[in-house]
Design a protein around this ligand. Structure first.
Ligand code: PLP
Length: 496
């Protein structure tokens, strides 16, 4: 492909993308292909000689498209949203244009400096405490700052790495032993999460070789101070070292919020690192009315949310803040300096050698797509987006309650509605789980909307997550119609 063909094909590609978005609701939101469908359509060997570009595009439309689940459809309500937007897509295109690999400042000063700037913009947008920002109100460098990671899982792992480093240093000075001796105690380090915390916490503990306690949540699906204190006391009696606790602001199953002030109290007393995982719900903090729910975050050591869930930026884009980067950078600095020359960080607050704040060495220029998105939407545009989705979720909740056959399983705070057929509606089935499983299957068979199911208090529940920028009231009304029609079919099939 030469430059002129690139020019022509690139313009065509934007048209294909625009056409896709214009008609995305016409596709069933979930792919209906069988496992292995593509293996039958794609040759087992790559081409020896170049394929024709027209054939590639034709194959994409005839072979790839049928196997796509349309996350950007207004009728997609599964998991959490994977919310993209036009300015974000354009920002991503320009990031590919530069294709810089910004592991340190010198690799691309603009990539580092824009990241520092947009992370501070975002921190202020969410109302985060000033100590999370890179540059304080007097233009001086803070001890930490924000960095874009690929995912909330990576952010949690990095927080655990920093926490482990902090505990190792503490043991060194308390017990007057060497760094290596302190590391050898790591198998006694314990991280604390709840049974509602995302499974990436277990993954992080497994990677690091530390222990993890999964504490039962309370009736409101929250990790509480008392439960944490009880577990820690037990562990300390057997000479374990509590070093990390994860509080979730918006859990995956129900969007519950842990007792963050309580966890912060315990973290302080026990010298543990408090990480806040706000992967989905963090975006809501752009609206001041949600900040009351986030008390305690200002006392955390790190905080993370995914712009690629609810804040209009396409995957991958997870925003992590850390109040003091020294533990992380100490743990991740290799010390050797082959082929690259790090810029001097101390001299200027805008200079940062990002490879010591993350797992990979290389890094993408993700700040550009954030910059495009934040500028095109502005604070008001982002707030409107979040409030629209929350209002639609409230509408759905109210309609389901008014219908009389459903119970709402968890408080609807953000864009997620978790519901099920109630005991009365399910009575003909003899089992509430059977009734809801039947309802779920009928909704899937209908195919006009896509939701997923989950287990809440050991019982089946259905989750409808409203969050796509393309979901309008019309889409949510369709969702309600599909749910209620399927409920009627499910119940009548069991009565007659
Ligand atoms: N934390 C929470 C609360 C989540 O809901 C999810 C995913 O939905 C994750 C973490 C994992 O996010 P990621 O895929 O960015 O690692």
């Amino acid at each position: 492909m030469d430059i002129e063909e690139f020019r022509r094909r690139g313009k065509e590609a934007v048209d294909i993308i625009a056409d896709y978005y214009q008609s995305v609701d016409n596709h069933p939101p979930v792919a209906s292909v069988n496992p292995g469908y593509l293996q039958k359509l794609i040759p087992r060997e790559m081409p020896q000689t170049p394929d024709s570009y027209d054939d590639i595009i034709a194959d994409m439309q005839s072979k790839i498209s049928p196997g796509i689940t349309h996350w950007q459809s207004g009728n997609f309500f599964a998991w959490f949203p994977g919310c993209s937007s036009y300015p974000s897509i354009i920002g991503e295109m320009f990031s590919s244009m530069y294709s810089v690999i910004g592991f340190n400042w010198l690799c691309s000063p603009a990539a580092t400096e824009l990241e520092v700037a947009v992370m501070d913009w975002l921190g202020k947008l969410l109302g985060l405490d000033n100590r999370f920002l890179s540059i304080d109100e007097h233009g001086r460098k803070n001890r930490g700052g924000g960095i874009i990671q690929g995912s909330a899982s990576e952010a949690l792992l990095l927080a655990m790495i920093a926490a482990r480093e902090r505990k190792i240093q503490e043991i060194c000075s308390q017990d007057n032993i060497s760094y290596h001796e302190a590391i050898s105690k790591q198998y006694l380090f314990v991280a604390y999460v709840s049974d509602q915390t995302h499974s990436c916490a277990e993954k992080a503990a497994n990677i690091l070789g530390v222990q993890i306690r999964i504490i039962p949540s309370d009736n409101n699906f929250r990790l509480t101070k008392d439960a944490l204190v009880a577990q820690i006391s037990q562990d300390k009696r057997s000479y374990h070292y509590p070093f990390f606790v994860c509080g979730t602001f918006g859990t995956t199953n129900t969007t519950s919020i842990d007792d963050l002030p309580g966890l912060a109290d315990v973290a302080e007393v026990e010298h543990m690192w408090l990480h806040i995982d706000a992967a989905y719900a963090g975006a809501a903090l752009a609206c001041p009315e949600f900040r009351e729910l986030a008390q305690g975050i200002e006392r955390a050591h790190s905080f993370d949310f995914n712009l690629n869930k609810w804040m209009l930026v396409n995957l991958d884009c997870s925003a992590m803040w850390i109040f003091d980067s020294k533990f992380l950078t100490k743990a991740l600095s290799a010390g050797r300096n082959i082929l690259y020359r790090d810029s001097l960080e101390k001299e200027n607050p805008a200079v940062r050698n990002m490879h010591n704040w993350q797992i990979p060495f290389s890094r993408r220029f993700r700040a550009l797509k954030i910059w495009f998105t934040l500028r095109v939407y502005g604070v008001v545009g982002i707030q409107t987006h979040i409030r629209n989705q929350v209002n639609m979720a409230q509408w759905l909740k109210t309609q389901l309650i008014l219908d009389g056959r459903f119970e709402i399983v968890a408080p609807v705070v953000f864009g997620l509605v978790v519901f099920r057929l109630n005991e009365k509606a399910a009575s003909a089935f003899g089992s509430i789980d059977l009734a809801n499983s039947c309802l779920y299957q009928l909704i899937q068979q209908d195919g006009r909307v896509f939701i997923v199911s989950t287990m809440v208090n050991n019982r089946l529940a259905l989750r409808a997550a409203i969050g796509s920028v393309f979901s309008t009231m019309e889409n949510v009304k369709l969702l309600f119609d599909v749910i209620t029609e399927s409920a009627t079919d499910a119940i009548s099939s069991h009565i007659y």
